[in-house]
Design a protein around this ligand. Structure first.
Ligand code: IMP
Ligand code: MG
Length: 184
């Protein structure tokens, strides 16, 4: 367990198991992703679409490393089904106001687990006739499920643990941690 004063002040006294990605490691990887994204879109309009809430810190760091014009909007998706098992159905609680038609859309997500939500979102957004539609995920748990969406840009492969920090939460806590930690 990790119980340095810096951790405990932020968590209200609860230790975390370990820091999986520290601030410097995240910053270096985000910088590299930004360069990759800049190179991947030589022309056209690029709309960076953040999936709230988990992507908010990653997105804000990422867009500042992209050296070409971008537009930014967000969406809020909600899975619904029987409540306990994800049905894979999705609806938008906040729909981006920005037009998607004819633009390169880069969907930014914090972490991909089964990818079910994302798969449905891709179908929904694809129907709005964007010029291209790609995903940038900070973390990929790489679970083997059928019909997993293609992840064009990935920050890190994530261990099979429950991660918090840098936008990721546990019951809305820990999103503000500047590093990514294994909570267990
Ligand atoms: P999926 O639809 O199964 O891919 O679920 C992905 C969503 O589950 C992410 O956007 C997160 O909100 C949440 N999630 C999955 N794994 C973690 C984790 O380790 N920590 C925090 N949230 C997670
Ligand atoms: Mg999320």
């Amino acid at each position: 367990m990790l119980s340095t004063p810096e951790v405990l002040r932020r968590t209200g006294g609860k230790p975390v198991k370990s820091i999986v990605f520290d601030e410097a490691t995240i910053a270096a990887r985000v910088e590299a992703l930004g360069a990759e994204i800049t190179g991947a879109y030589p022309d056209g309009e690029l709309l960076v679409l953040g999936l709230l809430k988990g992507s908010f810190i990653f997105l804000s760091d990422l867009v500042r490393t992209i050296e070409r014009p971008v537009q930014i909007d967000f969406l809020v998706a909600s899975s619904y089904g029987d409540g306990t098992v994800s049905s894979g159905a999705v609806r938008l609680l906040y729909d981006p106001e920005t037009r998607l038609e004819g633009k390169h859309i880069l969907l930014v997500e914090d972490i991909i687990d089964t990818g079910k939500t994302l798969q449905r979102l891709m179908t929904l957004l694809g129907a709005r006739r964007p010029r291209s539609l790609a995903v940038c995920a900070l973390l990929d748990k790489q679970l083997a499920v059928e019909s997993r969406p293609e992840l064009r840009f990935v920050g890190f492969r994530a261990p099979p643990a429950f991660l918090v920090g840098y936008g990721l939460d546990h019951a809305e806590n820990y999103r503000h941690l500047p590093f990514i930690a294994d909570l267990a």
